[in-house]
Design a protein around this ligand. Structure first.
Ligand SMILES: [Zn+2]
Length: 260
């Protein structure tokens, strides 16, 4: 009986994640284009044909349509079903074992952060921006979390360090080279994360994401033979490091001095 309930719960959390993933696809498309995220209903970007409800069932419709629009036959990006499947798996991974109020709230908090990370990651790679609306949502989530669970000195110093340390470095860099090193979206993201990670955690995040960015960015410039002046999206590096800091907290405590 207990096994049956846990299987039903797993199916529920997976399906819930897939449906949210479908909404994340809407955000990934509309946020960087400054479009309304609720209306109008989705349509094909090539022929403008309205997508009917039965053509909009996550993952299943993509397979049924053979990855093509039913109006013009234009191929639909594989990113859509991948985001839906991935969000479903993330929801399943974070699903609480017991359905208590506290566990559910914790699940919702961690799942929402993962959703913001996922949209930020893809939008920054594609459009080189981190939408303000998502940073604001992250800020409110992290602030309420800090307010409830940490001493105010911890989250406030994290916020200040997270914003002003990279801001000063970027400003100095600009004074010397007349080039903008890091975008405003990156600075805001660091600030939000500082609320959650605290002053030491965010310093680790800044150092590790810059190292990761230097290594991966350098390799990418080498392999893709890109122009050195072309900006490289930095958000994905911050997000990868934050992911490990938030979801593998114990690992950081064990291997990084003074982490907690
Ligand atoms: Zn079409």
């Amino acid at each position: 009986m207990i096994d049956q309930i846990s299987i039903i719960l797993k199916i529920f959390f997976f399906t819930f994640g897939v449906l949210i993933g479908s909404f994340l696809n809407v955000l990934i498309y509309r946020l960087p284009r400054d479009l309304n995220i609720v209306l109008p209903r989705s349509s094909c970007p090539n022929c403008n044909k309205m997508i009917r409800w039965y053509e909009n069932i996550p993952i299943i419709s993509f397979i049924k349509l053979g990855g093509r629009c039913s109006g013009c036959g234009e191929s639909i990006s594989y990113l859509y079903p991948i985001v839906e499947l991935l969000t479903g798996c993330i929801s399943l991974w974070l699903a609480p074992e017991y359905l208590s109020y506290e566990h559910l709230l914790n699940y919702l908090f961690l799942f929402t952060i993962m959703c913001i990370f996922l949209v930020h990651f893809i939008v920054d790679l594609k459009h080189k921006i981190l939408p303000d609306s998502l940073n604001l949502l992250l800020f409110l989530l992290m602030l309420s979390h800090g307010w409830l669970f940490y001493k105010w000195t911890f989250w406030l110093s994290g916020l200040l360090v997270g914003f002003f340390v990279p801001f000063s470095v970027t400003w100095l860099f600009y004074l010397i080279t007349k080039k903008i090193g890091m975008g405003g979206g990156d600075l805001k993201l660091y600030g939000c994360l500082g609320l959650y990670l605290g002053p030491i955690g965010i310093i680790y995040n800044i150092s590790l994401s810059c190292m990761l960015g230097a290594v991966v960015g350098g390799l990418w410039l080498l392999v893709a033979k890109k122009n050195k002046n072309e900006p490289i999206p930095f958000g994905p590096f911050i997000i990868v490091v934050s992911f490990f800091q938030i979801y593998y907290f114990d690992f950081f405590c064990r291997y990084f001095p003074c982490y907690r």
